[in-house]
Design a protein around this ligand. Structure first.
Ligand code: C5P
Length: 353
């Protein structure tokens, strides 16, 4: 389902995946651990990259088989190796390092903030992505589209503050947001750490997605998306292993083991994140970054509606208004504006004297 360029299918997969990941990840980081230590985020980041490497290699091999149906297994593997370690593969070193940092920052943020504050602040990436598209790609955005993006950010924030995750006490949350005190629930020091992490992750997300989009689109005719993704995951393994696992958490791993604290919910988090990464790759390559972010925003509206229907949670006015604002923003961004009325000169015959 991930192969090919079906924008609708890929975006809708992102909608579902995005909705689930934050809740599952938050629970995996903050839920009860019993007598076990909490699992180390660095090990999860490494495993996600390893899974994506295997999955992308399978898809890249399938692409090669498709264009060379008569090649033997050894010939296919030789072609795969040649395409992965092509002379320009070094171009993936920078995005690999940045994505690894972003993924670690997301764990830090989600471990130190409540799910709603994390989700709301992470919406910054909608704006950072557009900003870097303008700076690096020379994309031009009309004033109506800017307005739509700001509306989108506000709409998503409203749904999250007053939606199912934050349904309890949404008035307190809104007041806290308006007063600039968003750290209502966590101890101040860890909330500031989480907040800085999510802001940094949003900046890195915007920069890296735009860089990756340009790289992939410039060479899509000669290098497949999956080869690029193999390169990306391959180079991500180095910072994830040497900086995250060995340098940062080496002592804890030597003491408790690599898989200490691993429970089914941790594996679910890892699976969702790996799947999400592959979907993001397809969205970036075939639909573009802005569309990818719109899909992620829509996911928040969908999960709001789905939670209300499935769990019979009450719909709140601000969240429903936020959902409407998100839909309006999507319409405004993609429409070419309202059709202008055509003013025809009135003929004398039509006039009633
Ligand atoms: O959209 P956002 O910045 O939140 O998503 C980035 C996520 O997608 C990161 O976890 C990154 O590792 C993953 N990704 C990927 N393959 C790509 C592009 C992004 O796995 N080609």
């Amino acid at each position: 389902m991930l192969r090919g360029g079906g924008e609708g299918v890929d975006s809708s997969q992102l909608v579902v995946q995005n909705s689930a990941l934050v809740m599952v990840m938050h629970h995996s980081r903050n839920g009860p651990t019993g007598s076990q230590p909490r699992y180390l985020a660095s090990t999860a980041v490494l495993l996600v990259e390893a899974i994506k490497l295997v999955a992308s290699s399978i898809f890249a091999t399938a692409d090669i088989r498709q264009s060379n149906p008569t090649s033997s297994v050894s010939e296919t593997l030789r072609l795969l190796h040649r395409s992965i370690f092509a002379p320009d593969c070094w171009k993936l070193i920078l995005p690999a390092a940045l994505y690894t940092l972003q993924n670690s920052l997301v764990y830090t943020a989600i471990s130190n903030l409540d799910a709603v504050t994390f989700q709301v602040t992470y919406q910054l990436k909608i704006l950072t992505t557009v900003l870097f598209s303008i700076l690096l790609l020379g994309t031009s955005i009309s004033s109506r589209q800017w307005f739509a993006l700001v509306l989108l950010t506000f709409g998503v924030a409203m749904v999250q503050v007053a939606g199912p995750l934050g349904a309890e006490g949404w008035k307190d949350r809104l007041t806290a947001l308006i007063q600039g005190d968003i750290f209502v629930e966590a101890p101040a020091s860890s909330a500031i750490k989480g907040f800085m992490a999510v802001v940094a992750a949003s900046l890195i997300s915007g920069l890296t997605c735009v860089y990756f989009e340009k790289l992939v689109k410039d060479s899509l005719a000669s290098v497949s998306l999956w080869t690029r993704n193999v390169q990306l995951s391959f180079f991500s393994l180095f910072p994830a292993l040497f900086i995250g696992v060995l340098w940062q958490d080496g002592a804890a791993i030597a003491r408790d083991g690599f898989f200490a604290g691993y429970k089914p919910i941790v594996w679910l988090t890892i699976a969702l994140q790996a799947f999400g990464g592959l979907v993001v790759a397809v969205c970036i390559a075939y639909a573009g970054n802005v569309a990818k972010n719109f899909a992620a925003s829509l996911s928040i509206v969908v999960s709001y509606a789905a939670t209300a229907i499935l769990f019979r949670t009450p719909l709140t006015m601000p969240a429903t208004a936020g959902a409407a604002v998100v839909l309006l923003a999507m319409y405004l961004y993609h429409s070419r504006g309202l059709p202008r009325p055509v003013l025809l000169p009135m003929s004398n015959e039509g006039r009633s004297e």
